[in-house]
Design a binder for this molecule. Sequence first.
Ligand code: HSE
Length: 436
Amino acid sequence: MASLRIGVCGLGTVGSGVVNIFNDHRGLIEQRCNAGLQLVHIGARRDNADCDTSSYRLSRDVFEVVRDPDVDVVVELIGGTTVARDLVTQAIQAGKHVVTANKALIAEYGNELIALAEQAQVALRFEAAVAGGIPIIKVLRESLAANVITGVAGIINGTGNFILTEMANAGRGFDDVLAEAQALGYAEADPTFDVDGTDAAHKLVILASLAFGIPLDANAPVTEGIDTVTPADLEFAKELGFCVKHLGIARRCGDAIDLRVHPTLIPTTRQIARVDGVLNAVMVEADAVGEIVLTGPGAGSLPTASSVCSDLLDLGRVLSHSKVDPMPTLGVPSDELQTLPLIPRDEVKGVWYLRLVVEDRPGVMAEITGLLSERGISIESLIQRPPTAGSSQVTVVILTDSVACGQLDSAIRNMEALPTLSGSVVRLRVESFQEV
Ligand code: HSE
């Protein structure tokens, strides 16, 4: 192939970043790729003042890019799973390679799209789908290919990390910080996915599939968002020597896997605890290399576009001397992926932070600790705040020892039935990452 001709669909935050990189670094890209790599066609419903598209063919209908015989690679940057799914399907069926930044599309429809791409002998790449500018897909698929990977954990949503950091360090309100994340182009079109953990769950599913050689299953992770974290919890966590991060965790335990997304207390001494703002971090535990941590911007125009372009450069290099891309999309051919059972939520063990509001009366604390000790749950630390003036209630914070989730559920149900307890018990997981 003389030159790989690229069509970009979508001119939002990431699409404009890709165009800007091509405008600014065309020579550098071709030199490093050692092959021709030309952006030829852009499909976008509207212009974007953040980039100059005057050198390229422009269509308002993104499907024009798929139909263009001069396009070899379709870059899908429109997001969502409706039009994007049709576009990627049609591109593959037309024999075009596809690069996408769409984590929802890959997590939810990746199995069918990968099978289609294998059949059509075209490449499907998605470096930008996880952790923005961090090249974690290539690391898992290629750099660590000689390792058995036992765990992947990380901060994989930039918006969520930006919100938690600003709330903890600057005392800002949730809504105010979310609005800023939207203005900066970090948040999804519908930021619910950033806040409720869906976006991080999509990314975790992709990481787990690459790490453990399992099919993509968007419904697999147990998912909790950041909307339950209050300024009070951030303060108590600090007092106990922790910070709160929204983590995705994938662990292989024997022949089963544990997949979870949730706000997590992490000791402030861990490297990942210092990953603030829009930065992401992904820790990988593998048998030969040990632990590695990759950190970098998890969202934003140029960081995410950098990952899109890395896929394009890879394809340019490979396809300049081969008709097909020999790299299986998930590191192994899709018929060699192995389904592994999920560890049931109730059986997942862990340390917990509990916050509860109780009557300030003799015997109340004994009742609470009794409900825990009846189930063999030990207490690691306990904080009790004096009642505020005029109030008869006190806030109690407990750090438990390791306990199975189902056992803790039952203790909490009994606590919440006590007349001396007001409202519900706030619970957050604690991870020290001694094993991951
Ligand atoms: N909304 C996503 C985030 C964008 O904040 O991480 C990058 O995937």
